[in-house]
Ligand binder design. Structure first.
Ligand code: SF4
Ligand code: F3S
Ligand code: FES
Length: 232
């Protein structure tokens, strides 16, 4: 089928402002948007810039705003979009070139919540035991691939780039509710700051955007309840 692809492009070194570039090409309905972008870059316009790596929904590097919704370019098929495809960089982060944004503020927020296992007890001879029931509590939040589709679809983040954002809260949840971890108080203290957890206005955009189907808004509510419970 013939597809018309509009891509919002911007090279800060050459352009005064972003502009729409249009490309017409043949694509199979089962092609992914990433295949279409590759075709454009490799066969039509080598100057187009975007991130991608695994091409299988695992590395999280190709989140883009596609027909108005944050998605992974390697997971959305042409047949699910139709002949008109519009691709823009994810919002709320500075565009470095075309579809590439500066991810540093996103990863700074991620690092702020201490997204690693904390336990100062001496290491046991074998593994640290955890029951299947305890593991299940944070199963959803182990699935995050740090694609930023959630945080960059959040209206609170658009207006306040210092909001830690849903991805950071998801990754805090992954350790706060791990029965083997001892860093929950420290993480909750970070999330209780003015640009933390309480900025969330339950907009749900994050939940709808997550390519891993993590129930993010529910996760955020669980962390809020845990914070209130520990302070009571
Ligand atoms: Fe991406 Fe979902 Fe992780 Fe957010 S929670 S960064 S949308 S995988
Ligand atoms: Fe934003 Fe998600 Fe809350 S979109 S306002 S973090 S529910
Ligand atoms: Fe890795 Fe799409 S290229 S998630």
């Amino acid at each position: 089928m013939q597809v018309n692809v509009k891509i919002k492009r911007f090279n800060p070194e050459a352009d005064k402002r972003p502009y729409w570039a249009e490309y017409q090409l043949e694509a199979r309905p089962t092609d992914r948007v990433l295949d279409v972008l590759n075709e454009i870059k490799w066969e039509m316009d080598g100057s187009l810039s975007y991130r991608r790596s695994c091409a299988h929904g695992i590395c999280g590097s190709d989140a883009m705003l596609i027909n108005g919704v944050n998605r992974l370019a390697c997971k959305i098929l042409v047949k699910d979009l139709g002949a008109d495809i519009r691709v823009e960089p994810i919002r709320g982060l500075t565009v470095q070139k075309d579809l590439i944004v500066d991810m540093e503020p996103f990863f700074d927020a991620y690092k702020a919540v201490l997204p690693f296992f904390i336990n100062d007890d001496p290491a046991p001879a074998a593994e640290r035991y955890q029951s299947p029931e305890d593991r299940e509590i944070f199963d959803d939040t182990t699935k995050c691939i740090l694609c930023a589709a959630c945080t960059t679809s959040c209206p609170v983040f658009w207006t306040n780039g210092r909001y830690l954002g849903p991805a950071a809260i998801v990754n805090a949840h992954r350790f706060i509710f791990d029965s083997r971890d001892q860093g929950a108080d420290e993480r909750l203290q970070v999330l209780n700051q003015p640009n933390g957890l309480w900025r969330c206005r339950t907009a749900y955009n994050c939940t709808e955007a997550c390519p891993r189907d993590i129930p993010i808004t529910k996760v955020i509510e669980e962390v809020k309840r845990e914070l209130l419970w520990r302070r009571a």
